[in-house]
Design a protein around this ligand. Structure first.
Ligand code: DC
Length: 225
């Protein structure tokens, strides 16, 4: 079934806004599939790094994108979906700040985005899909019937990231996290190809003063309206 007949909910927004958590819980509630598109860019960045490919070599990047052995083990009841790259579980390293930064850089290359497009579209399967990322509503699923764009101030997002790190037993320095969040916003929003921006028909939700449950209530109401 194509994307036209499968209902798709797109959730876009900047780093640290809570897209992943909202997407996972809504997918679980609706019993829909889940696409964490950031994980695809992260895994791609890991593969390029492991193979020592120069990111200026667009031909080599295109080839890797075509042959990327990527597998998601979608245990929706788990905290995170497990990701396998060429048969190896890379879930932990995938979520690190360093991998996120590499992904953000490599995701600005047009040939990479084009090569990874079909892979993302293929996630749209019955009974439905929740897709989170930066360009889900604008480029990957422009005809999606349900589109959400989450925003929150950079300070709130940096604080959420700090709490996440602390919950994992790691330390973080708020000024450094803030600088990183700002740098990532800049890289994702100012790039030429598929920059981070809301689709014209997206519902914009400012999550600054909202709990995850309150955001989820608004998103589910959109689908059920
Ligand atoms: O959502 P995330 O932090 O896992 O994404 C990591 C990087 O991947 C993000 O900074 C930019 C890139 N990305 C993208 O360009 N387009 C997407 N749809 C998802 C992620």
């Amino acid at each position: 079934m194509s994307q036209n007949t499968t209902p798709v909910l797109t959730i876009d927004g900047p780093s640290g806004v809570g897209k992943g958590t909202v997407a996972r819980i809504v997918a679980q509630k609706q019993n829909w599939h889940l696409l964490d598109s950031g994980a695809i860019y992260r895994a791609f960045a890991l593969a390029v790094d492991a193979k020592g490919i120069d990111i200026a070599n667009e031909e080599a990047l295109g080839k890797i994108a075509q042959t990327l052995g990527l597998e998601f083990k979608t245990e929706l009841s788990n905290e995170l979906v497990s990701v396998y790259l060429d048969g190896k579980d890379v879930s932990k390293i995938l979520r690190t700040e360093k991998t996120g930064e590499m992904a953000s850089k490599i995701a600005s290359i047009g040939v990479v985005r084009d090569a990874l497009l079909k892979r993302q579209k293929d996630f749209a399967k019955p009974p439905g899909l929740v897709a989170d990322g930066r360009d889900m509503g604008t480029i990957v699923f422009p005809d999606a019937p349900f589109k959400v764009y989450l925003v929150a101030s950079v300070e709130v997002r940096a604080n959420r990231r700090l709490k996440q790190l602390q919950a994992q037993g790691s330390k973080g320095i708020i000024s450094q996290i803030l600088a990183k969040v700002k740098a990532r916003d800049k890289c994702d929003s100012l790039r030429k190809h598929s920059p981070l921006k809301p689709a014209k028909d997206a519902l914009i939700i400012d999550t600054t003063g909202l709990s995850i449950d309150e955001v989820i209530t608004q998103v589910v109401a959109l689908i059920e309206a």
